[in-house]
Write a protein that binds this ligand. Structure first.
Ligand code: KG4
Ligand code: ZN
Length: 338
């Protein structure tokens, strides 16, 4: 089965073609980050309008690059939520319309299921069950992935998502948007000794997270100081150390509590090099395996939506030719396909 995947939940337009026998045939991503940079964050209405401009040209490009004609497709998958309502509606409207015109089924995909399944795009993918650390701009959670569609959230952020904390800290340091890569870049010139920030909620049992205090610690360090390049690098470094350390401590706790031997990492913050290194060290010390999607499939992309859609369509799920979107949609509401 060959599926076209469309991702438009936030500020990236992603389109891909996935073949259940051959794997990923092609994908394209257009990032709107330049458009939103002046505002220090995503402006929803601008995002929707830019998706409208980009989805069809990217679809044409991906089909041509994959040597796939519309009549070679057996389905369309689009992100149906969670995300920005207007942005989601663009992908849903275009995905549904193409499916109607080409007379093929379409399925609305949960954005986080896309992230959770992204490691399956890689060679030597993990088999179910596994533990997942999902770290994005909107979510931070550890989940027990028992099977496709059977997800149990073991812990999540009680306030800011870790990506959001990266973005807010970058903004207060004047590092621009998106903040994650900017903090990681600035941190390379910083010292981990000058500032030490807390590892929130690691001093009590449980797998929940809290990142708003960490952002406040960075704000306090920046307050009443001249933000010269070295100070910015030192704060970025201390922030990154504390955020990554916190994630790694909770992963270790989750592995010990559940006995899982496989840990997957998903979501935009999964592209962070320090996180990848520290989790690889943890996996070696616990004798488990850790799986990361390549960095471009950690952040939002069409490939993970095409893959997740193909898994639901092949299992017999297919939505009515009508669409709605769910800007808020707890992943625990999902059930197995079929
Ligand atoms: O998964 P994603 O692309 O979009 C959402 O679904 O939210 O995640 C975006 C988040 C942003 O907060 C961004 O700053 C963060 O991922 N991010 C990173 C890195 N690359 C992206 N955070 C830390 N280090 C990175 N290298
Ligand atoms: Zn995402």
């Amino acid at each position: 089965m060959r599926i076209l995947g469309i991702e438009t939940s936030c500020d990236d337009t992603g389109v891909a073609v996935y073949d259940t026998e051959l794997g990923l045939l092609g994908h394209r991503l257009y990032s709107q980050s330049g458009l939103h940079a002046d505002y220090g964050g995503v402006v929803p209405e601008l995002a929707s309008r830019d998706h409208i401009r980009k989805v069809l040209p990217l679809t044409r490009e991906v089909l041509a690059a994959s040597a796939v004609q519309p009549q070679d497709l057996q389905g369309i998958a689009y992100t149906a939520g969670p995300g920005l309502a207007g942005a989601l509606l663009v992908g849903a409207a275009i995905g549904r319309s193409l499916a109607w015109a080409w007379q093929i089924p379409a399925v609305g995909v949960h954005h986080m299921e896309g992230h959770l399944l992204a490691p399956l795009l890689e060679p030597d993918p993990p088999s179910f069950p596994f533990l997942a650390l999902l770290v994005s701009g909107g979510h931070t959670l550890i989940a027990d992935i028992q099977a496709h569609g059977r997800y149990r959230v073991l812990g999540e952020s009680v306030d800011d998502a870790v990506g959001e904390a990266f973005d807010k800290t970058a903004k207060l340091l004047g590092l621009g948007y998106p903040g994650g890569p900017a903090i990681a870049r600035a941190a390379t010139g910083g010292s981990p000794e000058r500032f030490r920030f807390p590892r929130p909620m690691t001093d009590r049992p449980g797998l929940d997270f809290s990142f708003s205090g960490l952002k406040t610690a960075a704000a306090l360090a920046a307050k009443d100081r001249v933000l010269d390049p070295q100070t910015i690098a030192d704060i970025a470094c201390a922030f990154q150390e504390a955020a990554i350390d916190t994630l790694v401590i909770k992963c270790e706790r989750a592995v010990t509590a559940t006995g899982h031997r496989r840990l997957i990492v998903a979501g935009g913050v999964g592209a962070n090099r320090l996180l990848r290194e520290r989790l690889a060290d943890l996996a070696a010390s616990l004798r488990i395996r850790v799986y990361f999607p390549r960095p471009e499939f950690c952040t939002d992309n069409g490939a993970m939506i095409a893959l997740a859609g193909s898994m639901r369509l092949t299992a017999g799920s297919c939505d009515e030719p009508a669409f709605g979107v769910r800007p808020r949609w707890p992943v625990a509401d999902l059930s197995p396909p079929g």
